[in-house]
Design a binder for this molecule. Sequence first.
Ligand code: CTP
Length: 395
Amino acid sequence: MLTNKTIVLGITGGIAAYKAVDIASKLTQAGAKVEVVMTESATRFITPLTLRAITGRPVVTSMWEPAGEFRVEHIALAEAADIIAIAPATANIIARLAAGISDDILSCTVLASKAPVLVAPAMHTAMFLNPVTQENLARLKARGFIIVDPASGKLASGGQGVGRLPDTEIIIAAIEKTLTRSSDLDGRHIVVTAGGTREPIDPVRYVGNRSSGKMGYALAEAARDRGATVVLITASPHPGPSGVEVVTVETATQMQSAVAKATVSADALIMAAAVADYRPKNVSPTKIKKQAPGLTLELVRNPDILAEAMGSFIKVGFAAESENLLENARQKLEMKQLDIIVANDITETGSGFAVETNRVTLIDKQGNVTELPLMTKREVADKILDRVGELLTKR
Ligand code: CTP
């Protein structure tokens, strides 16, 4: 699997840099072409000569002293790479990549490359857990970087904690997984909705729901990573992932217009949004003052976006239920003429709104029922997209 793959191995300056020798060695033994790029501080921990001997390739350490084989080093490496793996990655490189700073050969190579980038952080626990490092990692993740979580154990600084570079096998497995990542949605147009719509009462208040948008965002990211062109129509205030066209809406009516526009050329519509079924009949142009002892809001029905969405694209809906999960989900599948419905018991621990995990059951038009275990929302997203991909190839 690694044979003839070009792996740019970025090594940055932490004590775990010595472990990169083992990674480079195992990758080379597996048949990969390993191009090592070291930051200046990495060369304080291990010598380029060691890596040159291990990989049999020139090692690049500077923008200014090309190793001879390439003309514009960072561009050549950026283009040649099937994957860029940075192991160990210090807090410093993580911050520089998050900010788009390109002041050395490694950061320039990453910025210039379209290849997937895997980052394996290794540092002292406090540095890793520092909110700024966590924010930077979250930013990289949202941009599609693959983060290999550090292991816990004894640290070079003497203490115990999270921050150790994981074993070589774990890093190589993550590289392999990324290289074989499916691009089954290459060239497909996928529209995803996310978040809970907000229906205004007056300029200050709205009728809303508890949806966080996490499931829809995970779907948009997963579809992007599998090669699709993605439009994410979101009613959540969170910024959308990069590499995805983001359309921000507030109300169900706005979401319906955005869906109609985006699905003109779509292959699939996945409605993960929690759409308000009702909206206030009259929206007060001024803030409603408290006067009477009670206030009655008259609500009118919103359109059912999914049921009314017209076109030959695959339709995937979600059924968020608190009782009679499968029955209700089946009914929705039929009534809204869906290809797949994702049934979601929101009363279960680890499922539903504002959590990172979900436990769902997929039901398709043919009546196949697939119960999935508790997974991260990203894993659920990939399972849904596996099915969408299958349906698209059958067409
Ligand atoms: N949906 C929609 N438009 C609406 C309501 C829901 O497109 N006005 C979509 C949701 O995005 C979801 C699916 O329909 O994919 C099911 O939504 P859900 O809220 O579970 O069900 P409802 O159809 O609203 O039915 P009920 O509230 O009675 O359970």
